[in-house]
Write a protein that binds this ligand. Structure first.
Ligand code: FAD
Length: 427
C-alpha cells in the first residue's frame, strides 16, 4: 500500500500527539489528528485577556530538555530566561538565593541571605556537579540494592543528602512543590534528580508569545497532517475510531495521545489519578527592582506556593500594569471568590504586594499525572496496547514536556515498526 493511503489516526493534539505526527510525516505518512477542543496544545495553552498573556497554569520550558532541543526552534520561540534562583518570602521578609556561578547578579544576595546554612549552599553546588556527570536515564534508574528498594521520595533524598531542615522548608519545598504540584515532596527522587539536572544545565524559559507558542510551532511544522478539531472520540477499537457524534472512521493504525482508559474498552477502570492546582492572575502597579525570579512563599500556613511577575520578561502582549501569576498547590475546598480573597490578602502580608487586582482564575484539575513508577523513556513496542493501537502521553513516563515528546516519538515509531520500518533507539 502507498504510504499516503495508510490511514493513521492520532487522537489528541497535545505535545505528544503533535510529535507523533511529525515523526510519521518524516517517513512520508499523512496522519489525521482528531482533537476534542478547538485547537492544538492540550495542557499547553495561552489566553489573551484584557491585553495580557495568560498561560493556562504557570509552567516553564527547561531549555536543557534533550527532546525539546531536538524538536523546537528556540530562536523562533524567542525564549525568555528566568534567573537561576528564587526570591523567598518568609515572615514578611524577602531574600534571594541562586546560582552565582551562572548569574553574577545573584552572588551578593546569595552570600548575604540567611536561607539555609553555608554548608547547604555548598551542598547545592555539589549536587549540581554530581548530577551533571550523570545521564538523564541514570536519574530514573532504580538503585541496584539487594532489597530492590525503589527510589526514595524527594524529601527522603534531601534529608539523606544532609540538607538542613531550614533549606528544605524555605527553598526546596516551595520550589519543587511548584514543579511537582504536590506540597510534601512525595514525588520520587528520580524526578527531582532529572529536574535539578535540567535546571543546572540550562534555564527555565518562556516563549515571548506565551507557552502555547510551543505547540503552535510544532503544528506549523506539519505540512502533511490533517487536523479535525472539535471532534471528541468516544471509542477506539483495533481498526475503528468512533466519534461522539456517531461517525465511525476506519483506521489502519491509531495512536491514542491522551488518557486512554475512557476510550479503549479493555482499559476501562484503569483511570490515572491526577495532581491539580490553581493559577490566579492579578494585575499590580509596576514593581520597582523587578527581576525574573520565581517568588516562593515558604510559610507553611500560606495558600500561595509561588508567584511570578510575567512583565519582567519580554512578552508579545503588553498590558499597562505588571502581570502577576500565583500558583496554589495546596488542596482546599474554598470557593473561587474565597480563594481570590485569601490570595489577595496573602500577597500583601507575605510578599508586600498591595493593590493586586484579580484578573482570572484557572482551576486545573488534571495538571500532572500522579504516577507510582516514573520512567525516562520506553521502547517503541512498549507503547502498543492492541494490534494496531499505540499509546502516547506524558502519563506513560513522567509529567513533563520532555516526556510528552518522547512518548509521542515512541508511539509513532511503534506504528512505523509495524509498517516495516527499522527503528533504531537506544532504549
Ligand atoms: C499547570 C501545569 C504546569 C505544568 N508545568 C510544567 C513545567 O513547568 N514543565 C514541564 O515540562 N511540564 C509541565 N507541565 C506538564 C506538561 O504540560 C505536560 O506534560 C504536557 O503538556 C502533556 O502533553 P500530552 O500530549 O501528554 O497531553 P495533553 O496536553 O493532555 O494532550 C491531550 C490532548 O488530547 C485531547 N483529547 C483528550 N480526550 C480526547 C478525546 N476523547 N477525543 C479527542 N481528543 C481528546 C485533549 O483535548 C488534549 O488536547 C505542566 C502542566 C500543567 C497543566
Amino acid at each position: 500500500m502507498d504510504k499516503k493511503e495508510e490511514s493513521i489516526y492520532i487522537i489528541g493534539a497535545g505535545i505528544s500527539g503533535l510529535i507523533a505526527a511529525q515523526v510519521l510525516e518524516s517517513k512520508g505518512y499523512t496522519p489525521i489528528v482528531i482533537e476534542a477542543s478547538s485547537g492544538v496544545g492540550g495542557r499547553v495553552k495561552t489566553d489573551i485577556v484584557d491585553g495580557y498573556q495568560l498561560d493556562r497554569g504557570f509552567q516553564v520550558l527547561l531549555d536543557g530538555y534533550p527532546k525539546a532541543k531536538q524538536y523546537l526552534d528556540y530562536d523562533a520561540l524567542q525564549l525568555q530566561s528566568f534567573l537561576p534562583g528564587a526570591q523567598i518570602f518568609k515572615n514578611g521578609k524577602s531574600q534571594t538565593i541562586g546560582d552565582p556561578l551562572r548569574s553574577l547578579k545573584l552572588l551578593l544576595p546569595t552570600l548575604k541571605s540567611s536561607v539555609g546554612t553555608f554548608a547547604d549552599k555548598v551542598k547545592i553546588l555539589k549536587l549540581n556537579n554530581t548530577l551533571q556527570k550523570q545521564s538523564v536515564e541514570d536519574c530514573f534508574r532504580e538503585p541496584a540494592s539487594p532489597a530492590g528498594r525503589s527510589k526514595k521520595t524527594t524529601l527522603e533524598y534531601l534529608q539523606e543528602k544532609g540538607f538542613s531542615h531550614e533549606i528544605i522548608t524555605d527553598f526546596f519545598k516551595p520550589f519543587f512543590s511548584g514543579i511537582f504540584l504536590e506540597p510534601h515532596l512525595d514525588t520520587s527522587s528520580a524526578m527531582f534528580e532529572f529536574v535539578y539536572k535540567m535546571f543546572g544545565e540550562g534555564m527555565a524559559t518562556l516563549p515571548k508569545a506565551g507557552i502555547e507558542a510551543i505547540p503552535q510551532q510544532l503544528k506549523d511544522k506539519l505540512t502533511q497532517t490533517t487536523f479535525r478539531f472539535d471532534s471528541k472520540v468516544k471509542q477506539v477499537d483495533s481498526n475503528l475510531v468512533t466519534l461522539e457524534n456517531g461517525e465511525a472512521l476506519n483506521a489502519d493504525y491509531i495512536i491514542v495521545a491522551t488518557e486512554a482508559s475512557d476510550l479503549i474498552p479493555n482499559m476501562r477502570g484503569q483511570d490515572i489519578p491526577w495532581k491539580s492546582c490553581d493559577t490566579l492572575y492579578f494585575t499590580i502597579p509596576k514593581m520597582k527592582d523587578r527581576k525574573p525570579l520565581i517568588g516562593l512563599v515558604s510559610d507553611e500556613g500560606a495558600h500561595i506556593n509561588n508567584i511570578f511577575n510575567h512583565s519582567v520578561l519580554e512578552t508579545e502582549q503588553l498590558g499597562s500594569e505588571d502581570l502577576l501569576s500565583v500558583t496554589v498547590v495546596k488542596q482546599h475546598d474554598v470557593s473561587v471568590e474565597a480563594l481570590v480573597a485569601i490570595v489577595t490578602s496573602e500577597l500583601s502580608t507575605y510578599c508586600g504586594i498591595k493593590n493586586a487586582k484579580f484578573l482570572k482564575h484557572y482551576r486545573i484539575s488534571k495538571a500532572l499525572p500522579k504516577l507510582d513508577t516514573l520512567r525516562y523513556d520506553c521502547a517503541p513496542s512498549e507503547t502498543q496496547i492492541k494490534e494496531n493501537v499505540f499509546l502516547a502521553g506524558d502519563y506513560l513516563l513522567n509529567g513533563s514536556l520532555n516526556a510528552a515528546m518522547i512518548s509521542g516519538e515512541r508511539a509513532a515509531q511503534g506504528a512505523l515498526e509495524k509498517l516495516g520500518h527499522i527503528i533504531e533507539t537506544e532504549v
